[in-house]
Ligand binder design. Structure first.
Ligand code: CA
Length: 222
């Protein structure tokens, strides 16, 4: 999953971004509404975390999300704010926000609520996915094959999650780098191939299919 954190206060942004990356998420950062808009319309984020007060104004976060919604972007949004007035929460929801965290927040709670937000955003995907004897649970991030629990690193899990969310769809290396590694590698990098090799070693060769010259996919069908 790839998130965008929009927050102008470095003391809040830095630990939030670090904790999300440590949990295996891909994360981009923006310091202003303008920068955030540019990123949000150009990259495939699974959710945005948006501070309400940004350099453009005390309510610029609300305006940013209103603008994105008016342009047709349906990405889930969590507002971050020091404000706890009821009117502000209502304004945030009216602006198109899906959830609200009041500072100071617990980093573990942010992660749990982000996962819930993304899950709600793709309600059509079941919480457990089973393919042959491979089973995984989006909620607990647990994977097992033939009844044996398999330990994956956070990035291995993220890669499998992207592929398995769209069975049969071929992702290019560049698309996978965008979604799993927040674009911090270039498309020539072999990071994707390395992680695909790890997934195959741990879960079996058949869990990731290679489309030569194009990319990788999770097998379609039962
Ligand atoms: Ca702020």
């Amino acid at each position: 999953m790839r998130f965008l954190v929009v927050e102008d206060e470095l003391d809040i942004r830095r630990p939030l971004v670090a904790s999300l990356r440590e949990a295996g998420f891909a994360v981009d950062e923006a310091e202003s509404a303008t920068e955030a808009h540019e990123l949000a319309v150009n990259f495939p984020f699974d959710a945005l975390m948006v501070d309400v007060g940004l350099p453009e104004g005390p309510l610029a976060g609300f305006s940013l999300v209103r603008q994105l919604r008016s342009e047709g972007h349906i990405v889930p949004v969590m507002f971050l704010t020091a404000r706890d007035a009821v009117e502000d929460r209502i304004t945030g929801l009216d602006a198109g926000g899906d959830d609200y965290m009041i500072k100071p927040f617990h980093l573990g709670e942010v992660q749990a609520r982000l996962r819930a937000l993304v899950r709600r955003g793709r309600a059509e995907i079941q919480s457990t996915r089973i393919w042959h004897d491979l089973e995984f649970d989006w909620t607990s991030r647990a994977v097992s094959r033939s009844g044996q629990r398999v330990a994956l690193t956070a990035k291995e899990y993220s890669l499998l999650e992207v592929l398995a969310s769209h069975p049969g769809r071929v992702f290019t290396r560049e698309e996978l780098i965008d979604r799993v590694w927040d674009g911090r590698f270039d498309a020539e990098s072999n990071v994707v191939d390395t992680y695909v090799r790890n997934l195959r070693r741990k879960l079996g060769d058949d869990v990731v299919q290679t489309m030569r010259g194009v990319g990788y996919s999770f097998p379609a069908g039962e």
